[in-house]
Design a protein around this ligand. Structure first.
Ligand SMILES: Cc1ncc(COP(=O)(O)O)c(C=O)c1O
Length: 464
């Protein structure tokens, strides 16, 4: 039996987290070795002067972080794979408060993510070819091998893309920013849904573009409004998330996709199609890059499928733009770190990648159902398979006040302001990122808080 006994006294924060932290450090330092059993929970609880429940939570957190595994009836054991990579525990990311943060659009957490990363790192360190690539300068577009492999993965995900149209980026945000900075000149106009992904708005601001919001409804961007804008001043580029508007989840209808393409052709407008918010293939419409390959740039990323921290994405562009975009990328950062691309390429070829995605798809559906049940009395929007829910507030409730009240109750969500394009007034609504909660229990507790805060008088009436 192990004699490992942590000293959690000097560690800050809740005790369960201190226990998990101590496990991570011990694994990292080799004080706990793969296969070693952690002390029985009661014994550790007595030794540390905490409850058994606290130890259970600490072990569960350590398991969640990918360092240990619980085996029913026999105890908790240090994981075999990737245990030396536990140094990241020292930073214990985003765990500084007890608040449930539903303001960031994240895929639901699962230890398979850390495990897949750990396995990829082990594979990298044992691969002379990957190590050589990792210390080399490569083509700004990404190596041919990397692009081929990523293209295969995208095809398997239902995105019919070919490797010679691709450029590897440091995530979806980088793809957007690269396109705006490379194809548009300061002062030119970008159009987008009147509510859209804030990263696109800030990328446009950074590129000194003008932005205009186009009204949209349940079928997506309003084509009459777009046409009127084109007649006044055609935008140089339209940024759009056709399968799932972020924040509202609205999907652009097939008819409007065709109209959009026709308008883009008539007025010679680039289309920047953002597919980062992942949906299973049967939930997606016809991609714009298929309808108008000659003018569509498509951005995708590993962030919502594998993990945001990897910072790897792809940009699909018409062939004649690739060299300009590559020159833009070279000017910014020469290339994307090959090691990170290798990690992604390894990860997506492992069975765990599909397991994770299948689990995630099911988990998001369950979270959607849970949200609909708890907030049944309220007006909810959002794609039924998407990980964001848009809650239209009842008459008289102000989003800003509700957000403040929720924060006091330990729940963080976003109001509509960051999503507003141009100066149109923000609707009274909040975005709830249901993927961000650590599990369904945490989500449930946050949703109950939201329901209670909505029911609480007196939220000041809206003054118009
Ligand atoms: C619509 C949309 N596009 C792009 C991004 C940014 O993706 P990445 O994290 O890969 O930069 C996000 C992130 O939430 C997003 O929601």
């Amino acid at each position: 039996m192990t004699i490992w006994m942590p000293n959690i006294e000097p560690l800050p924060g809740p005790r369960y987290r201190a226990i998990a932290h101590a496990i991570g450090e011990a694994v990292s330092a080799g004080k706990l070795v793969p296969g070693e059993r952690l002390p029985p929970q009661r014994r550790l609880a007595d030794a540390l002067g905490v409850t058994v429940g606290t130890v259970t939570r600490g072990y569960a957190q350590a398991e969640h972080n990918g360092w240990v595994v619980a085996r029913v009836g026999s105890g908790t054991f240090v994981k075999q794979a990737g245990t030396r990579a536990a140094f990241d525990m020292v930073c214990s990311p985003c765990d500084s408060s007890e608040a449930i943060d539903l303001s960031l659009s994240l895929p639901p957490p699962h230890p398979l993510r850390q495990q897949a990363l750990s396995e990829a790192l082990s594979a990298m360190s044992a691969s002379p070819a990957a190590l050589t690539r990792g210390v080399s300068y490569l083509d700004a577009r990404g190596s041919e091998g990397h692009r081929d492999l990523l293209a295969k993965w995208l095809v398997a995900l239902g995105m019919p893309l070919v490797s010679h149209e691709l450029l590897i980026t440091q995530g979806g945000q980088h793809g957007i920013s690269l396109v705006l900075n490379t194809l548009l000149r300061p002062g030119e106009l970008m159009a987008a849904d009147a509510l859209t992904y804030p990263g696109a708005i800030s990328a446009a601001q950074q590129a000194h573009l003008k932005v205009v919001g186009i009204a949209f409804d349940e079928a997506g961007m309003d084509m009459d409004a777009l046409e009127a804008q084109c007649a006044r001043q055609p935008p140089r580029l339209i940024y759009i998330t056709p399968d799932q508007n972020n924040p509202t989840g609205v999907c652009l209808s097939e008819a409007r996709r065709s109209q959009l393409v026709a308008l883009a052709r008539r007025y010679d407008i680039w289309l920047l199609e953002d597919g980062v918010q992942y949906l299973p293939v049967e939930q997606r419409g016809t991609p714009l890059y298929q309808l108008a390959p000659e003018r569509t740039l498509f951005v995708f990323s590993t962030a919502k499928v594998l993990a945001g921290g990897l910072r790897i994405g792809v940009l699909r562009a018409p062939l004649e733009l690739l060299e300009r975009l590559a020159a833009g990328l070279r000017a910014q950062s020469w290339m994307v770190p090959p090691l990170m691309v290798d990690i992604v390429c390894h990860w997506v070829t492992q069975p765990a990648a599909n397991m994770l995605l299948n689990w995630q798809t099911k988990e998001i559906s369950e979270r959607q159902k849970l949200t609909a049940e708890v907030l049944t009395d309220y007006q909810l929007r959002g794609h039924p398979r998407g990980s964001n829910v848009w809650l239209m507030l009842p008459e008289g409730v102000r989003a800003i006040e509700l957000c403040e009240r929720l924060l006091q109750g330990g729940v963080k969500v976003s109001s509509a302001e960051p999503f507003c394009v141009g100066s149109a007034p923000a609707p009274q609504a909040i975005r709830i990122c249901i993927g961000a909660a650590k599990d369904q229990q945490a989500l449930h507790s946050a949703l109950v808080t939201i329901k209670q805060c909505l029911a609480q008088p007196p939220l000041a009436p809206v003054t118009v």
